[in-house]
Design a protein around this ligand. Structure first.
Ligand SMILES: C[S@@+](CC[C@H](N)C(=O)[O-])C[C@H]1O[C@@H](n2cnc3c(N)ncnc32)[C@H](O)[C@@H]1O
Length: 236
């Protein structure tokens, strides 16, 4: 196996290499608003990290969530954000860049090997102290936060872990988010399979959540038909 990529050592790539998904214009706009372009080098290296895993089932495209993450966190002292499904943590890093110095990002994953690949880049971006990594099923972490009295204290949540639990993540994140806070939900189109879910459990779970959110009087929602589909939910 090759050595894992190190910060700043990846060979330059074009932005098109970053992943099969997403609009480059949106990515650029999000990045410049959220981070001033400071993490472009890290994005290149994170792509190398995904290739290192050699099973790049998930491409990182944190830029699309940088925009809501940054806007919601802007001017909010001690902003709090949560991500279910960290993978190598590129998006986690972008969220941590978006929160102020005393903010924090609760990062939930069950696979420490993936996360360890990204950790050096969190340090390089000087955001590692803002990231509270919890290696256990995300449902458990969200429950712990609720039991600790953290309901209505979060500004932003990103749901991107296992699809069968999307409904649970939504309900728990909705409790954690303050009024006016935002939840971003990735893969809501699921490669188009939501049109013909058949008996696939992941697809059925996504369809069920899409339908629930569409008529949910607790929120305003906007489903963006970019990449694999991204729903933004605004808590009323
Ligand atoms: C699509 S990837 C996340 C990509 C990441 N959000 C990004 O933007 O780069 C899904 C991640 O969810 C994690 N995962 C799967 N089941 C989980 C669970 N029950 N709890 C927490 N994380 C889980 C996987 O280990 C994987 O790292």
């Amino acid at each position: 196996m090759r050595d894992p990529p190190q910060p700043g050592t990846a060979s330059p790539r074009t932005r098109r290499d970053v992943g099969p998904q997403g609009s480059n214009t949106l990515r650029r706009g999000c990045r410049s608003r959220a981070t001033g372009g400071a993490v472009a080098g890290a994005e290149v290296t994170f792509t190398a990290a995904a290739e290192y895993i050699q099973e790049p089932r998930w491409s990182q495209w944190g830029s699309a969530t940088e925009l809501p993450a940054a806007d919601v966190a802007a001017g909010t002292p001690a902003a709090e954000e949560a991500e279910t499904g960290v993978y190598t943590g590129y998006n986690t890093m972008n969220m941590a860049l978006a929160v102020p110095a005393d903010g924090r990002v609760i990062a939930c994953d069950i696979n420490v090997d993936f996360v360890n690949i990204g950790k050096p880049f969190w340090r390089e971006a000087e955001v590692d102290q803002k990231i509270d990594l919890r290696i256990k099923p995300a449902v458990e972490t969200l429950d712990e936060l609720l039991q600790a009295g953290e309901a209505e204290t979060f500004d932003f949540a990103f749901i991107d872990a296992d699809k069968v639990n999307y409904g649970l993540y939504y309900e728990k994140c909705l409790q954690l988010i303050r009024k006016g806070g935002v939840i971003a939900i990735d893969n809501v189109l699921w490669g188009g399979k939501v049109l013909r879910p058949g008996d696939d459990r992941d697809t059925l779970s996504i369809v069920k959540l899409n339908e629930k959110i569409y008529t949910d009087s607790r929120v305003n929602m906007s489903m963006l038909s970019i990449a694999d589909g991204l729903t933004l939910v605004f808590k009323l």
